[in-house]
Design a protein around this ligand. Structure first.
Ligand code: ADP
Ligand code: MG
Length: 570
């Protein structure tokens, strides 16, 4: 047997990295700003533990500059910088992460620094848009500054540089096919997307600020103005704070910060905060949801250490919660892997079930603490809860306590309260409890009236997936069945204290029924004369519940959310 070593030629691998490392070229800026942030956070950590003697941390910024004429982008930081030796080690060695090394060296003490990097490839993403990259850097250690330059081939130059102040400047010479990144608007867009909540202030140009008028100024005098740094990020977003330090208004204003185009206020929020066995923070919001299930565009955003990663949280958050909004920040979610891998990942599974549990607990406490308010919100949140009950058994168990079933008269019952109410009055021959419901108050008006006249409770269940939920309740509970008010069930219900006396004899009833059915000429429907005794309609035409439900299911196809994982219905 022979063993060997595969030789990777850098010449070959370099163009590959350039092309395929990240499919999204725009992330180069996120990577450079992440490195600048790491460099700053490292310095902060070293000064705080006394390992950077004589260094003043101050109030460091990161600056992004675009030089359209010179076709250059500059990213400048005031972080730890690099010595010549470090440039050779960290930059010239592909896939060697200085961030990882730092975290390993300082271990637990550095765990909470929020350092971002770990693959050791981020820096090279700059070659996706640049034909040449320069680094001018001066370490916080008392060593000369260094100038590194590389044109995308594996050859590079390194020499001494003139730079007095600590930190690093990265200069990208933007390639012709990437000229879009020299547009100020494009860069602003990228900063807004990826860096809006990063922990070190990021400056991009200046802006004009209006100052208050001096005392005694005349009406027509223009207010004085001042040029100030244009800081594009909020370094301390709400989710990084303690829930106890935030008021309701803080959560609302953070929602507006996240979704500037959303004018409707969220119904309530859930603050996520866990550091064991995984690290996760975040805030989820329940928006007002209607029955319109069109895919919304303001979605939950996923961050890692305050760097935006994606707003596609499929596989990380349970599907029924993807209708919520807000942010999740976790360094423990493996990225750059396929979604199907994500779903199988143990850590991700734990995260997903933690989120489910938190949401269920929050709903439960809202229900317990202020039922009236919860009932008011029910219509706007029911779709999420019903979908959750259908797709996650754990959630179903918890939701049993707070899932509501409204009646046509605007009362709200939990399932337990409902069955308590109808167990004596709404059973059929097989001693099954029959839950009567309407799906359209107007269209089923006379059926509703007929049922009410008999003293039955009629629910109003009109959400698009309620059919599936009824099926689930019927199979998971003993002796329960649902029947719409226009189903032929009304006839079969045994009301224990039924005292109504029909004005027609049995024979007359049978005759009338037969002749009416002949007129209808459709075997699916049944005529019921029971209603004649109430003051609603003289008779009603009914259809078996299962027939109608089958038609309905075929229409909605079970693919309510464009996902094929609804339970089989028949
Ligand atoms: P990662 O960030 O995953 O470690 P990168 O390829 O993004 O990998 O960067 C490689 C290394 O280069 C970093 O770990 C760091 O040591 C060094 N580096 C990159 N940018 C800077 C910077 N602005 N200041 C100081 N060091 C830097
Ligand atoms: Mg990096």
């Amino acid at each position: 047997m022979a063993t060997g070593k595969i030789n990777v030629s850098v010449e070959n691998i370099f163009p590959l990295i350039k092309k395929f490392l990240y499919s999204d070229h725009e992330i180069f800026l996120r990577e450079l700003i992440s490195n600048a942030t790491d460099a700053t956070l490292k310095l902060k950590h070293l000064t705080s533990i006394g390992e950077a003697k004589g260094v003043e941390y101050g109030e460091p910024q990161i600056e992004v500059k675009v030089d359209k004429k010179g076709k250059k982008i500059h990213v400048i930081d005031q972080g730890i910088g690099m010595t010549e030796e470090e440039v050779k080690k960290y930059i010239n060695e592909l896939a060697f992460s200085g961030a990882e090394e730092f975290l390993n060296k300082y271990e637990d003490g550095a765990k909470d620094t929020g350092i971002i990097g770990h693959f050791g490839l981020g820096f090279y993403s700059s070659f996706m848009v640049a034909e040449k990259v320069e680094i001018i850097t001066k370490s916080f250690k008392d060593e000369p500054a260094v100038h590194w330059s590389c044109d995308g081939s594996p050859k590079f130059t390194i020499k001494k540089a003139k730079k007095e102040d600590r930190g690093t400047e990265i200069i990208l010479h933007v390639a012709d096919d990437s000229k879009e990144f020299l547009e100020e608007g494009r860069i602003t867009g990228l900063l807004q997307k990826y860096n809006k909540f990063m922990p070190i202030p990021i400056k991009f140009g200046t802006k004009t600020e209006t100052l208050p008028k001096p005392e005694g100024a005349k009406e027509e005098d223009p207010a004085p103005t001042k040029e100030v740094d244009n800081i594009i990020n909020n370094p301390n977003p709400a989710w990084t704070k303690q829930p106890s330090d935030l008021k309701d208004e803080d959560y609302k204003s953070f929602y507006r910060e996240l979704y500037p185009m959303q004018f409707e206020e969220p119904l309530f929020n859930i603050h996520l905060n866990v550091d064991y066995p995984f690290n996760l923070t975040g805030i989820l919001y329940f928006p007002k949801l209607t029955n319109d299930l069109n895919i919304q565009k303001d979605r939950i955003q996923l961050y890692q250490n305050q760097v935006f990663v994606t707003d596609n949280v499929e596989g990380i958050v349970p599907e029924f919660l993807t209708m919520l909004r807000g942010v999740i920040d976790s360094p423990d979610i493996p990225l750059n892997v396929s979604r199907s891998y994500l779903q199988a990942d143990g850590a991700v599974k734990k995260i997903s079930s933690y989120i489910t549990r938190k949401v269920a607990d929050k709903l439960n406490s809202l229900f317990k603490n202020n039922r009236e308010d919860f009932e008011k919100k029910w219509n706007d949140i029911k779709i999420v809860i019903e979908y959750g009950m259908l797709s996650e058994d754990k959630f179903f168990e918890k939701a049993e306590k707070f899932a509501l079933y409204p009646t046509v008269d605007g009362n709200y019952f939990t399932f337990e309260e409902l069955t308590e109410k109808i167990k004596d009055s709404q059973t059929d021959k097989d001693e099954k409890m029959v839950v009567l419901y309407a799906s359209d108050k107007e269209a089923q008006h006379s059926y509703i009236e007929a049922a009410k006249a008999k003293g039955y409770e009629v629910l109003l269940l009109d959400s698009p997936i309620i059919g599936h939920l009824m099926q689930k309740l019927e199979t998971s509970k003993d002796k329960i069945s649902f029947a719409r008010v226009d189903a032929d069930h009304l006839d079969n219900l045994i009301k224990k204290d039924d005292t109504t006396i029909s004005k027609l004899s049995d024979e007359e009833k049978e005759k009338l029924k037969t002749s009416l059915e002949e007129i209808i000429e459709d075997k699916k429907y049944t005529v019921q004369l029971e209603a004649m005794d109430s003051n609603a309609s003289p008779f009603i035409i009914t259809e078996p519940e299962f027939m109608r439900r089958m038609k309905e299911m075929q229409q909605t196809g079970g693919g309510m959310f464009g996902m094929g994982n609804m339970p089989e219905m028949y």
